[in-house]
Structures are given as C-alpha cells and as structure tokens.
Design a protein around this ligand. Structure first.
Ligand code: NAD
Ligand code: WQD
Length: 346
C-alpha cells in the first residue's frame, strides 16, 4: 500500500482528504501541530473510515524534525501539503508569521524531497493568485495578479518556488491545486470546518447566524457590477475538493504527467452571488436568515469562478455536489457542533 504524508491532515480540507485517501486504500501519516485543529478530528476520521491514520504531532517550522521525519519514513511515496496559516487579515498584521509558516515550511519540505530518489508533491494553492481576473470563467492560463495580502503572496511565491525546484529536480513531480471557495462538511457529519473566533468566511458566518450565535450577517456590498449587486464566487463542496487530491495523487504516482509541475483549478464552474448563497441557506433549512447590507470589504474581488475543463479532462475529476448539497452538510455540521457544546456546558 502506498504511504502518503498529509501535512495539516487534521484541518478542514486535510481531514476530508485523509478520509478519501483511506477509502481508496492509501496508507496515511498525518503531521499537524494542532495550531488550527483538534485531535478530536481523528475520532471523526476513524468513525467514517474505520481506520486510524498514523499521527505525529509536531511543528513543521522545526526543520530538523522535518528532516528526521523523512529519514524515518523513506517509504513515503507522496506528500499532500495542506499545513499553512490561512487568515488573510492576520497575514496583513503579521506578515512574517505567514512567510515563515507558508514559505519557510514549504522550502523545508522541498529540500527533504529533493534528496529522495523520486518524490510526488501536491500543494494547496488558491484562486486568490488570479486577483480580479479579466475574463470569466478563469482558466489556469489567466495571469497571476499582484497579491492583495501577504497570505495571497505566499501562494503565488509558493507556486514559483515549487516550479523552480521541479526544474532542477526531474525526479520531483508536483501539482498545485488552486482551490476556489471550499465549503461544507462530510455528509456523515463526523468532520467539518472548525472556525476559531468570529468567522471571516461567508459560509460559517451564515450557519452561525442561522443557529443564533451571531446576530446577523453583514453582506459586504450590494453595488457591485453583478446581476444582484453582490460579489460572485465559486463555492465547492469540500468532499469534491478532497476527491480531486486523490485524482491528482494518482496522476503523480502513476507518472502520467509529461511536465513535472502542473497547475489545476478546483471549482464547480458556477458562480453564485452572496444573495444566492443566502437563498440556498433559506431553501435548505426552511428558515429566514437575518442579514443587512453593509459597506464593501476592502480587497474583495467582484467575481471569481473557475473554468474546470483542465481538471475535468486531465485529472478525470469533476465536482459532483450542488451548492444546496454543500449548504445542507454545513448546516447539519453546525447543528451537531452546537448540540455537543450544550452537552459540555450542562
Ligand atoms: P486549516 O487551518 O483547517 O488546516 C491547516 C492545518 O495545518 C491545521 O490543522 C493546522 O493545525 C496545521 N498547521 C498549520 N501550520 C502548521 C505547522 N507549522 N506545522 C504543523 N501543522 C500545521 O486550513 P484549510 O482550510 O484546511 O486549508 C488547507 C490549505 O488549503 C492551506 O494551505 C490553505 O492556505 C489552503 N487553502 C484553503 C482555502 C479555504 O478556503 N479553506 C482556500 C484556498 C487554499
Ligand atoms: C465570500 C463572499 C464576501 C463574509 C477568502 C480568501 C481567499 C480564499 C478563500 C484561501 C465575498 C462575502 C463574506 C461576510 C459577506 N482562501 N462575505 N459577509 O473572500 O472569496 O476568499 O477565502 O486561499 O484567499 O480571501 O471568501 O468566504 O471570505 O467571502 O458578505 O461576513 O462573501 O464579501 O463576496 P473570499 P469569503
């Protein structure tokens, strides 16, 4: 069985990917420092798959520990690198934290992999690299625009670092996956998103408002040049995102790729406005959502949705879930989390 290292494997997208990898027969080792996750996520993974992945808790910013890991695990055939810090606002306040965690750690991983006879690497990139693209849907050939934040910069520079490394290391094969807006939870409701503090992203803010944890949602701007004036994004079910990682990994492991560095968009191909997402919540839950129109949020692009043809054709992967499917799973997960909190406080 092929052994795969998943860094950040107890996080939101990582945990869903670990489930899909185990379902496909891969052996998984997770490295996570629990800086934005919890060991309880492991229980959810075991409940879904019946299998417990190996878990090593350490901070990947410790270069010696990264080297030691690869010395002890020479049989690792692929690495999926999710571990990073991801709060855009925090990256503006504390850029060096982001450069250390998102760039420093990436360099350590690539240094370790460059020493191996052959290595496969998948990187979590983001549609943020496109900024406000000139044409919709966005293809992988659209130009990368100057980053709006240190976080966005780490994804652009991260891709460049991987590309440069692959050029001089033909034994290294890498894929960067540019996620659009991953949302939702596993349909079993055993794992999902665990936002810490006040959510910055739309979906957790909506479900927390729906459950009564937040008073109302602020819709950031309704005067954009879109059909209803609110911003448009490509919301994709996290399970679809997870499955794309398995498809990308298979491509790398089976050595089907001609170039040793490739980039793919992961989206549904459909754009939804903020008001359409609210309507989805109301349709799925049968409840009204309290919201108000607020000023625009600085740095927001007007619209971003993916052209998914490259991933469809080359990876043989396509997003299967609808916005309503993803919304339902996010809502079920929110209800379950609040119930377990009530139990704890009784
Ligand atoms: P997450 O915060 O839920 O998961 C990241 C995991 O990495 C966490 O479990 C955290 O504890 C761990 N981690 C962070 N730094 C670490 C370190 N130094 N050592 C060990 N473990 C560490 O985030 P996510 O939403 O699952 O995102 C995963 C990846 O996808 C990130 O690279 C993120 O930038 C990227 N991404 C996310 C989105 C999104 O909307 N969620 C969109 C585009 C790209
Ligand atoms: C979606 C839409 C908001 C909250 C961010 C990162 C990006 C990527 C994905 C990692 C926008 C609106 C939101 C709220 C609102 N992450 N909104 N009220 O901005 O597309 O991207 O996450 O790589 O880098 O910047 O996602 O969920 O924050 O916002 O009206 O309370 O919802 O204005 O139009 P975004 P989001």
């Amino acid at each position: 069985m092929k052994k795969i290292l998943v860094t950040g494997g107890l996080g939101f997208i990582g945990s869903h990917t670990v489930v899909e990898l185990q379902n496909e027969g891969f052996d998984v080792v997770i490295v996570d420092n629990l800086s934005n996750s919890s060991e309880n996520v492991m229980d959810g993974i075991v409940a879904i798959t019946g299998k417990k992945p190996i878990f090593e808790k350490f901070d990947l910013r410790d270069k010696l520990k990264v080297e030691d890991f690869f010395t002890r695990n020479t049989d690792v055939e692929g690495v999926i690198h999710f571990a990073a810090s991801k709060a855009v606002g925090e990256s503006v306040e504390n850029p060096l934290l982001y450069y250390e965690n998102n760039i420093g750690v990436l360099v350590y991983m690539l240094q370790a992999l460059s020493k191996k006879g052959s290595a496969n690497f998948i990187f979590s990139s983001s549609c943020t690299v496109y900024g406000q693209a000139d044409e919709m849907p966005i293809t992988e050939n659209a130009p990368v625009k100057p980053a709006e934040s240190p976080y966005g910069n780490t994804k652009q520079v991260g891709e460049e670092i991987i590309k440069d490394t692959c050029r001089v290391n033909p034994q290294l094969s890498a894929i960067a996956l540019r996620y659009f807006n991953p949302i939702g939870a596993h349909p079993t409701v055993e794992i999902g998103e665990l936002p810490i503090g006040v959510p910055q992203n739309l979906l957790p803010y909506i479900t927390q408002t729906g459950i009564g944890l937040r008073e109302q949602l602020s819709v950031f701007g309704d005067d954009y040049p879109t059909t209803d004036g609110t911003c448009i994004r490509d919301y994709i079910h996290v399970v679809d995102v997870a499955k794309a990682h398995v498809a990308a990994l298979k491509r790398l492991v089976e050595d089907n790729n001609e170039q040793n560095f490739e980039v793919f968009n992961l989206g549904t191909g459909t754009g939804s406005s903020v008001l359409e997402v609210i309507q989805s919540f109301e349709r799925v839950t049968g409840e009204k959502l309290k919201y108000r129109i607020a000023p625009r949020r600085e740095g927001d692009v007007i619209q971003a949705y993916a052209d998914t043809q490259k991933a469809n054709k080359i990876l043989g992967w396509k997003a299967e879930s609808t916005l309503d499917d993803a919304m339902k799973s996010a809502w079920d997960w929110e209800k379950k989390m609040r119930k377990s909190e009530e139990k704890v406080s009784v």
